[in-house]
Design a protein around this ligand. Structure first.
Ligand SMILES: *Cc1c(COP(=O)(O)O)cnc(C)c1O
Length: 219
C-alpha cells in the first residue's frame, strides 16, 4: 500500500477546501496493524487515531517508528480509561462528566475534546449541543485541558453533513475553543470548509478495513 502517495492525495483534498496549515491530518489505523502506523509515520503523519481500547493497547508496543501521538477517537467506556491512560495523548470522545472525571483521575491534566452529537442520531456518542457549555466548564474544573469539540458527521450526502459541522464550529467559537475535530474520508472537504482543525482519515489512506469493525459503525 502506497501510503505516501495517499497522504499526498488527502493533503491535496484538504488544500482544495481550505488552508492546509490550519488542518491537522490524523491517520486512523483501526483495523490495521502496527505496520500501518509505521507507514503513516514514514509518510509524515504522526497523529494516529484509534477507536478501540484493546486494539490500541495491543498495537502501540508493536509500533517501531518513534514520535507517534495517539488520539483516541472511539466510543469510550469508563472501565477502559485506565488501560489507555499511559498511551493516549488526545482524547476526542469525552461526552459526559463521569467519563471526564475518570480521565482526570487516571491522566491528570489530559488534553481532551468534548464530543457533541450534532446530528441528533441516538445511536451516536456525544452530548447534546445545549449541554456543551456546562460540560466544558465541568471538565475544566476537574483539571482537564479542554481544547475543542469533536463530532461525527451525519450519514448522507456532503450537504446533509454540513449543518452539523457548522453547528460544531459555532459552538466551539462560542466557547472560545480552538480545535474542531470533524471530517473523515467521505466528508473531509465539507468539514474543512466548515472550519475543521483536525480531520480523521482512515480508508482514504489505507483502503477498506480488512478486519470487521468490532461494532460501533457510527461511534
Ligand atoms: C473509523 C473512524 C474514522 C475514519 O473513518 P474513514 O471513513 O475510514 O476515514 C474517523 N472518525 C471516527 C470516530 C472513526 O470511528
Amino acid at each position: 500500500m502506497d501510503v505516501t502517495y495517499r497522504v499526498a492525495d488527502v493533503r491535496r483534498r484538504i488544500a482544495s477546501a481550505g488552508d492546509p496549515d490550519r488542518v491537522r491530518l490524523l491517520a486512523v489505523t483501526k483495523g490495521f496493524g502496527a505496520d500501518a502506523v509505521d507507514a503513516a509515520v514514514r509518510a509524515g503523519v504522526t497523529d494516529i487515531g484509534e477507536s478501540y481500547a484493546q486494539e490500541l493497547v495491543a498495537k502501540a508496543p508493536a509500533v517501531t517508528e518513534a514520535g507517534v501521538r495517539w488520539h483516541f477517537i472511539g466510543r469510550l467506556q469508563t472501565n477502559k480509561v485506565r488501560s489507555l491512560a499511559g498511551l493516549v495523548d488526545v482524547w476526542h470522545t469525552i461526552d459526559r462528566a463521569t467519563l471526564g472525571d475518570e480521565v482526570a483521575q487516571r491522566a491528570a491534566g489530559a488534553t481532551v475534546l468534548l464530543q457533541v452529537n450534532v446530528s441528533d442520531e441516538p445511536q451516536k456518542g456525544g452530548c447534546r449541543p445545549h449541554e456543551a457549555p456546562a460540560l466544558v466548564k465541568r471538565l475544566g474544573k476537574s483539571g482537564l485541558d479542554v481544547v475543542g469539540l469533536m463530532a461525527i458527521g451525519a450519514a448522507g450526502s456532503p450537504e446533509e453533513v454540513r449543518p452539523g459541522f457548522r453547528l460544531l464550529r459555532r459552538l466551539a467559537d462560542d466557547l472560545g475553543l480552538p480545535e474542531r475535530s470533524m471530517g473523515m474520508s467521505g466528508d473531509l472537504e465539507v468539514a474543512v470548509e466548515e472550519g475543521a482543525t483536525m480531520v480523521r482519515v482512515g480508508r482514504a489512506l489505507f483502503g477498506e478495513r480488512p478486519r470487521t469493525d468490532p461494532g460501533h459503525p457510527s461511534n
